[in-house]
Ligand binder design. Sequence first.
Ligand code: IFM
Length: 440
Amino acid sequence: MNMINKFPENFVWGVSTSSYQIEGAVNTDGRGKTIWDTFCEVPENIVDQTNGAVACDHYHRYPEDIRLMVELGAKAYRFSTAWSRVQPEGFGGVNQGGIDFYNRLLDSLLEHNIEPWLCLNHWDLPQGLENLGGWRNRETSFRFAEYAEIMARHLGDRIPYFITHNEPNVVALLGHGWGWHAPGIQSAEAVMAATHHLNLAHGLAVSAIRKTVPNVNIGTVITMQPVVDWDIDPIGSTRLDALFNRAFTDSALLGTYPELLFDELTPFVEEGDMELIHQSLDFFGLNHYTTMRARSTPENALGVEILAPPVETPQTIKGWEINPAMLYQQLLEFKDRYGNPPVYITESGCASPDEPNVEGLVSDPDRVAYFRDYLHAASLAIEDGVNLKGYFAWSLLDNFEWAEGYTQRFGIIYVDFTTQKRIPKDSFYFLKNIFHNNHI
Ligand code: IFM
């Protein structure tokens, strides 16, 4: 394989964030409570006992954040909207305060020539819906389609790219199986119900958006982390791969569920559901960070656990293996399995222990190396025929990293959470160069 440094013309360079991780302002302009507000109230759920109540205060500081995106040369910004700002309970009337905020954000992005990529669900389900069974309740899928329609009607004239969910597989597995994320449930049955209802919600939302704004591009985002070292436990590896990598992607792109999960999913599947889920999409968003190793265990509800990589394996402070060759392999497998649809890497990045030096500058050589090597792998995949059309770095800002609170910094911009000062890190300037020149 020859290294190509140049990316295709019109390759989309962007950055990603999500509402609960950066917005703050949780009690502002009529926003309703979400499952993450509730989950963070239990001290042992978040390692540093924090929450997203203030986070990066992006709700008020978005003009500064957009100026930084302009400096970076980002062509696109993938963000999520908080459902509970728009429908505080997750159903019923529209809260104009929420729509107004996203109008301000959108208008400012467009003024600065940044293409908005709007994701409807990055995990912060309204608590009002959780009280009715959340994603375990089939009705939530229909409420999601109503919310999608509202967003398309109010904002669709300025949104070229709509995304239904971000990483619904994480919502199902970490939120309902292993219990590390909101709503903190540990039940295989809950995972299966949530899996199917999230998929159904995706399909119904795609139809609702298409009917409202026929010309927009619509896709979904799933995180795909290849399972490696299958010989450790072939049965556990097959199960983890089916649950994590296949149950959402196969259903959205092929209209089927992995055979291994048929018996567990069937109780939730009604006639016609698979057709509703299997919508024609304009693009697929693939989030990729690392690899996974599996081991079967009777000690958790799902019967399988993710093992830490061997100590000698290169890994980030989060314990995620650094293995760019697996991104290459993942993209090639994706191309072959799903017929090479347009794909964007909608998240890629790493956590590192960044702090400003005495001059106030933030050097993050590990992240620079990560981007360099993963982008190199992506360029090889393009050379080998993958229809990869863009790359979004995770993340624009250090932010609230879910159960890890503020202990894991993923940003290309350092955030001092006491003063809210932003400091672009070395990786920001590294990407700026790539974004401007279209080559590594
Ligand atoms: O911070 C998360 C993001 O919300 C979803 N994808 C993975 C990131 C890093 O863990």
